[in-house]
Design a protein around this ligand. Structure first.
Ligand code: WTA
Length: 656
């Protein structure tokens, strides 16, 4: 890995924006100047320019009790009003908000006026179900317009949504519902995936069923169900309500109330270094300000003419900030797609770009690498000439994939913005501005105006250009997480304790600054893996493996993978009784599908190796570094701290 990184850091290609691009761009060097001169004043300007406040704020930032920030805290706003009503009031009601396409090819075009009306009706339904300010609503839906309607209806009421990715299992859903104490769940019978209906409601039923343990409280009173898949579902008359019965019958009158800027907007669970996912909490005014501001300038948005497409699912933060909140706050027109890139044919995405005239495409390196593998002849069958800007997010993009993206998808001329950020940061933090920055393949480059980033050593000292270290954020920012739901201590420990003296936020990413001061992201420095741009915790998968009767012990590592960035590789010790009764192939298949059921298919290990022992230090700590060497087919590193130095040769021989 490190030799590969050194190779990447030799990257000397640079692509300044074309004159034509710069001439039409809204990006202005004055943004950097203004932010550098008066950071808080700059954010105050952004909050006033991009957001409509029911009650103006008088103070930008209250950082008197770090790390608990308050932004624009005496201001009041309604987040949904900002994404909907105000555009209609400005005469833009006929502008298309969503160009939706279902996987089977069905279509819906929804204008801002229609979307506003639908959200008002849904808000009235939720009110009737007892939802008000501060209540939690879990959303477990496919990528259908109702997903966005649901998020905005919850936001409109000052309530808090917790969107759970539809690919998560019933168990994962249940722990998220319970942790947040959700009162209502919004789901669908099923959604389309790779040509088939994949059921969702049964997982909700299962998540809400068989509660027998201590302290297991059933908080959910109602389940609102969208009919999408047409699959048969069980029905609980007391609890379940069809969306199509309730929403169209509800009143389309609903006046948005103003809520304080710091009113919670959503909880989104993400993997941390322990087995228990963290409920990342975001609030309203600051979050919406930075989501809208970054969507506007990083994507050089021209809302009258652009067709934006962010391919992320709303179950991830990218879908929150760049499908729902950023684009809609900015009055943009966007594509929303239910399906996968390769169904029913491997050119489906490019067909959609051609069909809808997509001008800005925002996706993940893992998708680009899988298209690269399939070959350029597939995208080349389609007219992609509408594209003028490409974006990347979720993991480091290697220069080869970056160049392919620009040449094959972007006809050798579109700028590429490689955007670094996290669920916790809420919105983009590091990225070129496409009308200004000369881009460099593989580097996310520079903090956006208003954001202060540094790379430090373990003690918080700046490493300076040409050196590597840890990525830190040195000043608070508007869309920063406000905490971990129900766990303020974990919030402090995870992000703020490491650099307590400096008051820096620790991102958990390694990074390097090159000689030009451009930032190169080097992946996680903790026990978090990044598989296809999705965060997974090694500990969570290990807990799932040992929860199976067959497993005595397990260790999981993220091994580099050509397509998915990293892949989950598990080393397990199997109990003798199981070894006697099953074949190794049977056992590995069993454990792979077990993890898939327990957490979700994305967590399923690529490889499961059955080993007699795990490498441990004398104090009993598993040395994952050595297992990663084996998983990546490298010579095993220094084993001298192992209690038993022969273990690694046994494991290596097992793996070969
Ligand atoms: C990684 C996704 C390199 C990083 C928005 C971060 C990246 C984690 C990039 C957050 C990028 C995200 N280059 N690495 N452009 N963007 N990452 O919370 O390790 O799902 O900490 O948010 O993804 O993942 P999350």
């Amino acid at each position: 890995m490190s030799s590969q990184i050194d190779h990447l850091l030799d990257e000397s290609r640079s692509f300044p924006p074309s004159e034509e691009f710069t001439a039409q761009s809204i990006d202005d060097p004055a943004l950097y100047e203004r932010a550098a001169a008066d950071r808080e004043g700059f954010w105050g300007d952004q909050a006033r320019e991009n957001i409509t406040w029911h009650k103006p704020f008088s103070r930008v930032l209250d950082w008197s009790n770090p790390p608990f920030a308050k932004w624009f805290d005496d201001g009041k706003l309604n987040v949904a009003y900002n994404c909907l009503d105000r555009h209609v009031e400005a005469g833009l009601g006929d502008r298309v908000a969503l160009l939706w396409e279902g996987e089977p090819g069905d279509e819906r075009r929804i204008t801002y006026a229609e979307l506003t009306e639908e959200v008002k009706r849904a808000a009235n339904v939720l009110t009737d179900l007892g939802i008000g300010q501060g209540d939690r609503v879990a959303i477990y839906l496919p990528m259908i317009p109702e997903a966005i309607v649901s998020m905005l209806a919850v936001a409109r009421l000052g309530a808090i949504h917790s969107v759970v990715f539809g690919g998560f299992s019933a168990d994962s859903l249940r722990s998220r519902i319970d942790d947040a104490g959700a009162k209502v769940v919004i789901t669908a019978d099923g959604g389309y995936r790779k040509g088939k209906v994949s059921a969702l409601k049964p997982a909700v039923d299962q998540a809400l069923a068989d509660r027998n343990g201590e302290g297991e409280q059933q908080t959910v009173e109602h389940v609102l169900v969208v009919k999408r898949g047409g699959n048969d579902v069980d029905w609980n008359d007391e609890r379940d309500i069809w969306w199509h019965d309730a929403v169209p019958a509800a009143s389309a009158e609903h006046e948005a109330q103003a809520f304080p800027s710091e009113n919670p907007l959503f909880i989104l669970y993400t993997s941390g270094t322990t087995g228990k996912p963290k409920g990342i909490l975001h609030t309203s005014g600051g979050y919406l300000t930075q989501a809208a501001y970054t969507h506007k300038y990083v994507f050089d948005l021209h809302p009258e003419t652009d067709v934006f497409w962010c391919t992320a699912d709303i179950g991830w933060v990218t879908g929150h900030s760049y499908v729902t909140y950023g684009p809609l706050a900015n009055g943009a027109t966007q594509v929303l797609f239910e399906g996968t890139p390769d169904s029913p044919h491997p050119g489906r995405w490019w067909e959609l770009v051609q069909k809808y005239g997509v001008t800005i495409l925002y996706t993940a390196p893992t998708a680009i690498r899988s298209f690269m593998k399939l070959g350029r002849q597939i995208p080349q069958k389609f007219d992609l000439s509408s594209l003028r800007l490409l974006g990347s997010v979720g993991e480091p993009i290697n220069p080869e994939a970056w160049m392919w993206y620009r040449e094959v998808i972007g006809a050798g001329k579109t700028p590429i913005v490689d955007t670094w950020w996290q669920t916790e940061t809420g919105a983009i933090m590091v990225s070129p501005l496409p009308g200004i920055t000369a881009t460099k393949p593989g580097s996310a480059q520079v903090p956006i105006p208003g954001i202060s980033i540094d790379v430090t050593d373990d003690d918080g000292n700046e490493v300076g250009n040409g050196n590597g270290g840890l990525l830190v954020i040195t000043e608070p920012w508007p869309s920063m997480l406000r905490g971990i739901w129900g766990d303020p201590e974990r919030f402090k420990e995870t992000y703020w304790e490491k650099f307590e003296d400096q008051g820096y936020y620790f991102a958990g990413d390694g990074a390097r600054l090159d000689e030009d001061g451009d930032l190169w992201l080097l992946g996680r420095v903790d026990d978090v893996m990044n598989v296809s741009g999705h965060r997974l915790s090694t500990t969570e998968i290990e807990s799932s493996l040992v929860a199976h009767e067959a497993t005595a012990e397990a260790a999981v590592v993220g091994a580099s993978d050509e397509t998915t960035g990293q892949a989950v590789v598990a080393f397990v010790i199997i109990k003798q009784s199981y070894l006697d009764a099953h074949s190794p192939e049977g056992l590995t298949a069993l454990l792979r599908s077990w993890v898939g059921e327990q957490i979700g298919p994305i967590a399923r290990p690529r490889d499961v190796y059955i080993v007699p022992e795990l490498p441990k230090t004398r104090s009993g700590k598993i040395m994952r570094r050595l297992l990663r060497d084996v998983a990546e087919g490298r010579e095993v590193g220094d084993v001298t701290t192992l209690a038993d130095t022969l273990v690694m040769s046994t494991i290596s021989s097992q793996v070969k």
